[in-house]
Design a protein around this ligand. Structure first.
Ligand SMILES: Nc1nc2c(ncn2[C@@H]2O[C@H](COP(=O)(O)OP(=O)(O)O)[C@@H](O)[C@H]2O)c(=O)[nH]1
Ligand SMILES: [Mg+2]
Length: 454
């Protein structure tokens, strides 16, 4: 298959939906549609009711066909979409009919790759598209939809313009130092550079803090066996998701569930109780618990109010003390029982954490957790600034700000040649956000995560 061959794929999830869409892109799209429908004329962007036939001329389905004339299509090529009835067999037969007429089966993400290669999408939009498809929260969908429309591209473009203007001013100063230049030109440049740098730095900061939020926080529930971790998970979900029993060591594997909180998603992981295990399988579960702790943003440690603090709790406290950059929450469970735990001693031994919650798992726990975590979700994006969601983009922006910081110093000392040099470096790094160098490599990773027909 060559890059100018015509590709076809089923663009919808296979199943029993009301409709399914078979999509083609490439020069043969329209001739194939004509062959399948025994019909000559199609008006671009107008839905046409058609009968689709296979190679033998047998009727397969009555469908709606849409033709997008190049370059006014998603991929920039000739595109045809056939909306057929949503049965798996019908849809596959129509796809096969397209292939029989000369189309190739598209690879995952190939439509979007063509859109990118034909300049219909820039890299920031492809990234946004990948994340939009994967998005698990409402916030993330809205943010990525904005980026897909080009918000990030516009941001990069306006920053680029500002830097180019600075570069031009610098070149003027270098070439015409003797001439009658506005006296305050370097002052104006200094101010402009600082404003640009400030804006980039704030975008970077917001991007770093918000991208976790967009991806969703990961919270793991830890504690010694039998403190009520699984009961707590069940109480959050209002269903019997995890097995609960008075036998210590019941939960052996980690259990993961996703809930929606403040428009973001929260991944909750119930873990095996941490103790010196009595058998090999339990040990594996405990090792997994420790790993989950390391990978989480929030650690919720459970303690049992109805029993005195013991060496297993001490071990949990030590583990908590060793965590860095984690948000720690403390739950004092079983407050429906007579209290045996010396809470003061426990709280004294804790590393800095959110205010402790006293509860029992027979009550609805979600509202309590929601209140506890509210501060994490509150810090909203102050000026609706764009967000760079991927690490590659953040790194490119970080490089840009580093070059601009160097530029600030050289402008202050009026070393203009050096100033221009740093500006050019900054422009190059900035460009990486929308048109990265390792584009082929990045594209392959990104597009392969796409579904077929996208
Ligand atoms: N009285 C009381 N018992 C609880 C509470 N939460 C859990 N339990 C009991 O504690 C035992 C262990 O619970 P489980 O959720 O399996 O603990 P895990 O090992 O930490 O997952 C079970 O018998 C639960 O019924 C609570 O809030 N109050
Ligand atoms: Mg359990």
């Amino acid at each position: 298959m060559t890059s100018n061959s015509t590709i076809a794929a089923i663009a919808t999830t296979p199943g029993q939906g009301a409709i399914a869409i078979v999509k083609m892109s490439g020069a043969l799209s329209l001739p194939i549609l004509r062959a399948l429908t025994h019909r000559e004329h199609f008006t671009p962007r107008l839905a046409t009711l058609v009968s689709i036939h296979d190679l033998q001329g047998d009727l397969l389905d009555t469908c709606l066909a849409l033709y997008f004339k190049a370059p006014h299509s998603y991929t920039g090529e000739e595109v045809v979409e056939i909306q057929c009835h949503g049965g798996i067999v019908v849809t596959r037969l129509i796809l096969q009919a397209c292939l029989a007429q000369g189309a190739y089966l598209a690879q995952a993400g190939e439509f979007s790759k063509r859109a990118f290669l034909n300049g219909r999408l820039d890299f920031s939009q492809v990234e946004a598209l990948a994340r939009l498809i994967e998005a698990k929260s409402e916030k993330s969908v809205k943010m990525m939809a904005k980026q897909l429309k080009g918000a990030l591209r516009d941001f990069v473009q306006s920053t680029r313009t500002a830097l180019l203007e600075l570069l031009a001013s610098s070149e003027v100063l270098i070439d015409y130092a003797e001439e009658d230049l506005p006296l305050n030109l370097s002052g104006t440049m200094q101010a402009k550079l600082q404003a640009t740098l400030d804006q980039l730095q704030s975008t970077l900061e917001i991007s770093k803090s918000q991208s976790t939020r967009l991806e969703g926080y990961k919270l793991c529930i830890v504690g010694k066996p039998n403190v009520g971790k699984s009961s707590f998970l069940n109480a959050l979900l209002l269903e019997e998701r995890a097995l609960v029993s008075p036998i210590a060591g019941t939960t052996r594997d980690t259990i993961e569930e996703i809930i929606s909180l403040y428009g973001s998603c929260l991944r909750i992981i119930d873990t095996a109780g941490i103790r010196h295990a009595s058998d090999a399988i339990e040990s594996l579960g405990i090792a997994k618990s420790l790993k989950s702790m390391q990978e989480s943003d929030i650690i919720l440690a459970l303690f049992d109010l109805s029993a005195p603090l013991d060496s297993q709790d001490q071990h949990i406290l030590e583990l908590l003390g060793a965590q860095q950059d984690k948000i720690i929450g403390v739950i004092l469970n079983k407050d429906d029982c007579p209290q045996e735990l010396d809470t003061q001693a426990l709280l004294n031994a804790l590393p800095p954490s959110l205010p402790p919650l006293k509860l029992n798992t027979k009550q609805p726990c979600l509202p309590l957790l929601k209140d506890l975590l509210k501060p994490l979700f509150e810090e909203d994006n102050p000026n609706e600034s764009v967000i760079l969601a991927s690490l590659t983009q953040q790194q490119a922006l970080e490089q840009t700000t580093m070059h601009l910081t160097s530029a600030t110093h050289t402008l202050a000392s009026l070393e203009l040649e050096l100033f221009s040099y740093h500006l050019k470096d900054a422009l190059e790094s900035l460009g990486q956000i929308t048109q990265p160098y390792q584009v082929e490599e990045l594209l392959n990773t990104l597009f392969s995560s796409f579904c077929l027909g996208k």
